[in-house]
Design a protein around this ligand. Structure first.
Ligand code: THU
Length: 170
């Protein structure tokens, strides 16, 4: 415990506040480090600025960390026909998988109306399903951020309990 645990305590837990909804991770050696979270949030913020969201004006950015350590970013890309629109998270997954990555550690998500994050942006159900396709729900971390100093860390199994996954078909 001791030193290592302290080093890996996410900022959000240091503030000692209640999670915005049940299940935010308690400080533990199993979580990812604060520095890594901040780096991913910074990349997600940059991606958010590239969002194409003329219909909702809700800008979202995501930064997906592959186990090979590469980071793939994504933004939401809307469409006049609405249904072809894609979320930031799935844009990041599409980039990563098409570059040969299939194993992932974490994703940071940030979003807000006109690009100003007022609340935490949790992935939609379809994006959670896509995460469950490639990620071990007990090992994949989802960082919901309003800024680099203000985020909550979740595991996929907390945000997507009892999900349908490739395991069901094996
Ligand atoms: N959106 C995302 O990109 N990710 C989320 O986690 C939630 C929603 C996008 C889809 C749409 O372009 C806009 O936000 C409003 O729903």
């Amino acid at each position: 415990m001791g030193e290592e645990t302290t080093k890996n305590v996410p900022v959000c837990q240091k503030k000692g506040e209640l999670a915005p909804f049940a299940g935010a991770l308690p400080p533990s050696r199993d979580t990812i480090s604060d520095l890594l979270c901040r780096e991913l949030i910074a990349a997600a913020e940059k991606a958010m600025s590239r969002a194409y969201a003329p219909y909702s004006n809700f800008f979202v950015g995501a930064a997906l960390l592959a186990t090979g350590k590469k980071v793939f970013t994504g933004c939401n890309i809307e469409n006049a026909a609405f249904t072809p629109g894609i979320c930031a998270e799935r844009a990041a997954f599409a980039k990563a998988v098409s570059e040969g990555e299939r194993e992932f550690t974490a994703i940071a998500v940030i979003g807000g109306k006109n690009g100003i994050p007022k609340d935490y942006t949790a992935p939609c159900g379809v994006c959670r399903q896509v995460m469950a396709e490639f990620c071990d729900p007990q090992k994949f971390y989802i960082i919901l951020a309003r800024s680099q100093d203000d985020y909550w860390l979740y595991r996929l199994d907390e945000l997507f309990p009892m999900g349908f996954s490739p395991k069901n078909l094996s």
